[in-house]
Write a protein that binds this ligand. Structure first.
Ligand SMILES: [Zn+2]
Length: 82
């Protein structure tokens, strides 16, 4: 599967050409616009920003905030128990 986004200049499809891991939660991706007249190439930062459902195999190297939605759901479950 190819990772795609829109070119910020001409709004045509842009395709990921290369990527590198900056950290466990961030990746840098270089995109190339498919419009021959534009040919813009640009860098996108792809970052995991919050947890929706906690990992069953958590890594001590990763610290992501828990989404408010998940926090509210867990608090409701704790209220039901208590
Ligand atoms: Zn373009």
């Amino acid at each position: 599967m190819r990772i795609r986004t829109l070119c910020p200049h001409c709004r045509e499809l842009a395709i990921a050409r290369t990527s590198r891991e900056v950290s466990r939660t961030m990746k840098e991706i270089i995109y190339q616009c498919t419009d021959a007249e534009c040919s813009h190439s640009f860098v996108v930062m792809h970052e995991a920003v919050r947890t929706l459902s906690p990992s069953a195999k958590p890594s001590a190297a990763v610290s992501l905030p828990i989404s408010q939605h998940t926090r509210d759901r867990v608090m409701k479950q704790l209220e039901l128990i208590g």
